[in-house]
Design a protein around this ligand. Sequence first.
Ligand code: NAI
Length: 349
Amino acid sequence: MHVSKEKLHELIQSKLHKAGLTLEHADGVAEVLVHADARGIHSHGAMRVEYYAERIAKGGINTDPQFHFNQTGPASATFNADNGAGHVAAKEAMDKAIQMAKDSGVGVVGIKHMSHSGSLSYFVKQASQADMIGISVCQSDPMVVPFGGAEPYYGTNPIAFSAPGENDDLITFDMATTVQAWGKILHARSKNEAIPEGWAVDGNGEPTTNPFEVSALLPIAGPKGYGLMMMVDILSGVLLGLPFGKNVSSMYHDLEKGRDLGQLHIVINPLFFTEINTFKQHISQTMKDLNAIKPAPGFDQVYYPGQRSAEREEAYSSDGIEIVDDVYDYLTSDAIHHNAYDHKDPFAK
Ligand code: NAI
């Protein structure tokens, strides 16, 4: 099923509004979800709407949050999201970080008490579109075995980065610190497809390719990915005085309660470090250099990070966005949700 960006936005906005979000917040969430689907990150797009709708309807996402921005130093601030829609809070907090970086060269904003904010590329691109470097990290619910461990401790704790090149060039890197994001397992479930080996383990800690048997995810590159997810948890949890590690709230528990998650945005203004036009030229040159690298056997070319997503976004703007039929049927139905997500086991089938 292919739908235009505008149609998908309208369907998501209307469903979230029906669930209880204000039109303005539903619009903000829809924008971030459509951005993800348009870039081919379906794990963080429209397929999340039913879960959000259930949490909104049950009271676990505040529909009337009082956002509170507190500038704590020339380049530092906290942003209390009051457990409102995470996408809207993260977007607003990034605007604040950009503003501080305009004045001070750097802007660091710690967002406290937020709900899930989706694909982080959206927020770091806000910074690169303003000619700055954006970095963002956030907590996610514990579902990853630490290196050498047999039970989950950290979340899929993503890291995103974006920097501006010349004209509209942007280089954007955005990844979960797990081999795959949990949303990719959900996407495989929604399509009833096997997952590749090396993504996840079952209840016995054995590797599995069955998305319905997944009991924990694996960090990227063993102890190195494990170290990165620890770093993310410290920056977006411990630093902000929030629950951390295995105490981070679960996506699927207690849907009537706020998630109290943390996210940290860091914005760096190149103007304070170098000459901006040269900086942008060199980012564009980096992109060209990478594309010009001789491909290894089995590869058609070397892509710079984010390139394939940007190309998909370009193609989708003319062909429409591909959406799984079940997700489209839900979005066009009268149901707010089908009680699909409220359970104690994050890996429940
Ligand atoms: P991914 O594995 O699809 O991509 C990771 C990175 O690798 C991207 O920057 C992509 O552009 C780059 N890449 C992929 N193939 C490439 C190639 N052939 N050449 C060059 N670069 C390539 O992303 P992942 O790890 O599955 O994460 C998906 C999304 O999930 C992200 O947007 C992330 O922010 C989001 N996420 C959000 C969480 C949350 O709690 N809010 C938790 C975990 C992930």
